[in-house]
Design a protein around this ligand. Sequence first.
Ligand code: GLN
Length: 304
Amino acid sequence: MQNPTNSIKPEWTIIKLLKWTTSYFKSRDIESPRATAEILLAHILELKRIDLYLQYDQPLCAEELSRFKALIKRRVKREPVAYILGFKEFWSMDFAVTKDVLIPRPETEFLVEAGLKLLPEGSMSKQNLTRKRILELGTGSGAVILALASMRPHHLFFASDRAIAAAVQAKQNAERHALHGCVIFFCSDWFGTFGNGKPVFDVIVSNPPYVPSGVIAGLQPEINRYEPISALDGGEDGLSSLRSIVNAAHRHLCREGCLLLEIGHDQKDDILKIIEQSGNYEKVIFTKDYSGYDRIVQMQKKRT
Ligand code: GLN
C-alpha cells in the first residue's frame, strides 16, 4: 500500500519555485529578481515566460530541479544572465555569446542606427545603387556588423577582432542568421594587418574598449569578473584604443568616408580633442543614448 505521506509531500511547482527563487535573488541583491527567476526557469523548461504562468502548478522533475539549481548558483556568483543562457538579444536578433566576447549593450544599437543612415537602402537590381564597403573593428560577437548586414544586405561588410575566439564567435553568429555570405571576418589588431594600399572603406565603425583601467575594478562584478577585460580596458585614460583608431582610420576611408565610434558617457570633450589634433576629419556629429549621454561620435574624412 502506498505510504499516505507521499501524497502530501510538498512538490516544487513552477509557481512555488518562482516565489522561492525571487526572494532568494532579492536577499542576494540580484537585479530584477523576479524577471531573472522567470528567464532562468523558462530556459530550463524550454518554455516562454508567459507559459510559466499558464502552467504554474506543473511540478518539476528531479532532473529539471537540479539543472535549475545549478543556474541559480551561477547567477548568485554574479555570472550575467546572457552568459548563462548563452545568448543575448540585440537589434531584435539573438546572438550567441560566450566569455570570449562582450555582451552587446542596448546603447550600442545607436551605433547601428548611425551606420544605417550612411548606407543607402536598395536592392542589387537597382542599377544606380553603389555598393558601399563597411568595416567593423573589434567585432566581438558580431552584433553590430550583423545588425547592419541584416538591414542592408546588398552592401559589402568586413569585420575584424584581435581575438581569434571572438572572430570565430562572430562568424558562427553570421551563420546563425544566414548572413555568412555578406560579411568577411578576419583577425586584426585595429588596422594592424592592413597594408598601405588605396583607401577602400566608405564607413568604419567600432565600439572599442574605452573604460579607464583604474575604473574596471569598481564596475559591477557581472562585468569585471566575467566579461573579457581586453574588450573593456581603454588604458590609463580610457582613450588609448579610440586614439589609435581615430589616428589611423582616415588612411583607410574613401573620399568623404565616415568613422563611427561608441564612446564612454563622459568622453565627448576628450574625443573632440583627439579629432582636432588629428586634423583629418570634419563634420563631427554626436548622438545621445537612452540616458542622454553623448555616446556615438561620427566624423567625416576631411577633403584634401
Ligand atoms: N559600455 C560598456 C560598459 O559600460 C563598455 C564597452 C566598451 O568599453 N566598449 O561596460
